[in-house]
Design a protein around this ligand. Structure first.
Ligand SMILES: Cc1cc2nc3c(=O)[nH]c(=O)nc-3n(C[C@H](O)[C@H](O)[C@H](O)COP(=O)(O)OP(=O)(O)OC[C@H]3O[C@@H](n4cnc5c(N)ncnc54)[C@H](O)[C@@H]3O)c2cc1C
Ligand SMILES: *[C@@H]1O[C@H](CO)[C@@H](O)[C@H](O)[C@H]1NC(C)=O
Ligand SMILES: *[C@@H]1O[C@H](CO)[C@@H](O)[C@H](O)[C@H]1NC(C)=O
Length: 650
């Protein structure tokens, strides 16, 4: 797909289309004049998408380059109930394989450890067949217009004040203070619809609400045993984002706000398409994979002047559809700046391939060093997530007719499609399946902020591995509580080049727990908090017994399982199975005094001109409880910074 509208005249549009089609053309003088934009933004996800829209809306001729295609009309994306299905869609996904531990004995204790047995063929778990190749743990990423925002779980929880205040303190740049950042949240709500799951959908399945009621009791509320639903109804009105005093510190039980409009996923992709349709000078090039940032090194400081790319579908080897094609090369110039927003794994890869990174690593691959920045691809952080999964004797009726496969027999899809205007009538698929959450502060937290989010739903999710979605909805008898540890302390993750081939995925090591940050007992504190989270989940499952009035059949705990009881046993379970999906912080903002800082507080890559990074990798510390809100806010801030500077230098 190519979209080109706005202030460009049509002849320009036609000749620019030719650039895409004809490999030799960009080298001619005519093409260089035409294929030039004020700003070139690489990556259309949480970081790049909102920024590109704002730049275009301010009148700057902006190019948004995206490696993936547009999932136009693909129900995998738009149906919230397919939030897990969509991560398996081969046209939209990149399969990134990462290491949780260097110690492969520990790493292979994870039942999700993946071995390659053939092209796109995998063995998951112990006892791989002879000759199988170690791959590690699947880390889903979306590659499409809208990025991973289009295949995430839609959960929208705004960051804690401290997330921004610490950036202000670290850099001395007070524009990062939470009191100033709030205005970006308001800007986001101009284009982002947010709604919780409709409570009436839940109330139709009383055995399901029985778990949710028990969760409320475990979260500290007294819920009447004989008539619990009114209380649950009240709690479902509580938004975790409400700007109440001490909001960041308040433990409680809340609805889960989702990035959707009347039960249909809408976020960055729709904002981009609207911006184009409104006639702002935004050009979007999908199926275009950036391989390198180009620099003019003739002056005292290298200056980014544009990017080289390959055009074609599924070029990155992480795509399950990648073939032998390496695409059609091209390049584009940026009059003002290049902004890299490829995400936590790809942004450091692009920087390193372009000569920005640890000099020794670049030299090992024969990459000429433009700027030695040892922090690129270091400091990676993530949250840990762990489950408690139980299985009932009978099905949850809320999922009756839900086959999660887009086929004509998927009655829940039919209901969703046939009731576009009546939210409550659209049924189960208007939810991501996770309707309530406890926010808790463990006794291992280092700040007053809550540090555990525990949310529940009727599925058997145990983390990511090839086919994880099919596994998690294989029956409708499971219920699970999931715990996410916020404000984790481990910053020992790394993203390193595997080769100098831009189409190879990088080597990614998270160095979980004892292999990572241990100063001050950091690993034990994070583990301790997660042990408490598992105990809290079990408390909710225990409280389930108090509400027989709501019906339902008995259940057995499958994970961690009844034999896992002591802190030590639970701790080992957590180390074995924990996963993450909020990877961040690989190009951290920091002060000039910190040699490992990659960006200044205005998103500039240190030591070069005309180059910024705006995505999950910019944070010095992993923000909030869920991450997309913090990235959207950073994206809006970056737009403010770039527009103000560009106007000053007009
Ligand atoms: C399964 C899953 C569920 C999640 N659920 C939630 C949730 O419920 N709530 C929440 O807050 N967060 C959630 N997240 C996390 C959140 O979606 C991501 O952290 C966020 O999208 C990251 O934003 P980003 O801009 O850094 O990268 P992305 O959104 O991944 O965007 C990067 C884009 O850049 C493109 N790109 C990369 N390299 C190149 C290149 N060389 N050339 C051109 N284009 C390139 C990619 O194709 C991609 O489209 C979830 C993540 C996953 C994987
Ligand atoms: C949706 O995703 C599934 C994989 O989960 C895939 O089999 C199917 O083809 C996808 N549908 C579309 C329309 O792409
Ligand atoms: C690697 O992990 C295993 C399993 O946790 C452990 O028994 C072993 O001692 C570890 N090896 C080293 C060298 O730390």
């Amino acid at each position: 797909m190519r979209l080109r509208v706005g202030l460009l005249s049509s002849w320009l549009a036609i000749s620019a289309s030719l650039v895409a089609a004809l490999p030799a053309f960009p080298n001619s003088q005519a093409a260089r004049d035409v294929d030039e934009f004020d700003f070139v933004v690489v990556g259309s996800g949480a970081g790049g998408g909102p920024l590109a829209c704002r730049l275009a809306k301010a009148g700057f001729n902006t190019l948004l380059i995206e490696a993936g295609g547009d999932a136009n009309g693909n129900l995998n994306v738009s149906v919230p109930g397919y939030q897990a299905v969509v991560t398996q869609d081969p046209t939209l996904r990149w399969d990134i394989f990462v290491n949780h531990y260097k110690n492969q004995t520990q790493a292979k204790r994870d039942p999700k450890y993946v071995y390659e047995t053939g092209h796109n063929e995998y063995h998951v778990g112990p006892s791989p067949p002879p000759g199988a190749k170690d791959l590690g743990i699947l880390y889903p990423r979306g590659s499409m217009l809208g990025g991973s925002v289009n295949h995430n779980a839609l959960i929208w929880i705004t960051p804690h004040d401290r997330d921004f205040d610490t950036i202000a303190q670290l850099t001395g740049d007070n524009s990062w203070a939470a009191s100033n950042m709030k205005k970006y949240l308001l800007k986001i709500y101009q284009w982002l619809p947010v709604m919780p799951t409709d409570p009436t959908i839940l109330l139709r399945d009383l055995p399901l609400t029985r778990h949710l009621v028990a969760g409320a009791e475990a979260a500290g509320y007294s819920v009447p045993v004989l008539s619990p639903l009114a209380r649950l109804g009240q709690l479902l009105l509580q938004s975790p984002n409400a700007p109440v005093p001490n909001r960041d510190f308040v433990e409680g039980y809340f609805q889960v706000p989702l990035t959707m409009k009347f039960g249909e996923r809408q976020a960055v992709r729709e904002y981009i398409l609207r911006t184009v349709a409104e006639g702002h000078p935004l050009t979007v090039r999908t199926n275009t994979f950036v391989t390198k940032i180009k620099f003019d090194s003739s002056g005292p400081k290298p200056r980014a002047t544009g990017v080289d790319y390959l055009q074609g579908e599924y070029l990155y080897k992480a795509s399950p559809l990648h073939g032998t094609s390496s695409g059609t090369p091209g390049s584009v110039r940026a009059k003002r700046e290049v902004i890299i927003a490829g995400g936590t794994f790809n942004t450091p890869q692009i920087l390193k391939l372009s000569g920005i990174g640890p000099a020794r690593e670049l030299q090992r691959f024969g990459i000429p060093v433009i700027k030695n920045l040892p922090g690129v691809g270091t400091n990676m952080m993530d949250r840990y997530e762990v489950p408690v999964n139980v299985k009932h004797e009978s099905d949850f009726s809320v999922l009756d007719g839900c086959t999660f496969d887009l086929k004509p027999h998927d009655l829940c899809l039919k209901q969703w499609q046939e009731n576009p205007y009546i939210f409550a009538a659209r049924g189960a698929y208007t939810s991501n399946g996770l309707a309530t959450m406890m926010l808790q502060r463990s006794s291992f937290a280092s700040t007053p902020d809550v540090d555990l989010s525990i949310f529940g739903g009727p599925l058997n999710f145990q983390g990511y591995f090839p086919g994880w979605h099919d596994f998690s909805v294989r029956d409708h008898k499971h219920f699970s509580w999931y715990s996410l540890k916020a404000h984790t302390r481990n910053r020992a993750g790394t993203v390193e080049l595997r080769s100098s081939n831009p189409l190879d995925q990088p080597l990614i090591n998270f160095n979980y727990f004892h292999e990572g940050t241990t100063a001050g007992g950091a690993d034990r504190l994070d583990l301790g908090a997660l042990v408490q989270a598992i105990r809290k989940s079990r408390e909710a499952l225990g409280d389930w017994a108090n509400y027989p009035v709501l019906g339902g059949t008995p259940f057995v705990e499958e994970n961690p399982g009844p034999s896992v009881q002591t802190d030590e046993q639970i701790g080992q379970f957590i180390k074995d199975v924990a996963w993450g999906h909020h990877a961040a912080c690989t190009c951290p903002i920091g002060p000039d005094s910190d040699p490992m800082a990659v960006l200044d507080s205005d998103f500039r890559v240190k030591g070069v001109d005309g180059l910024r990074v705006v995505d999950a990798s910019v944070f010095p510390d992993i923000p909030g409880v869920f991450i997309q809100s913090a990235i959207f806010m950073a994206s809006e801030k970056a737009a403010d910074v770039l527009i103000a500077e560009a106007k000053a230098n007009a």
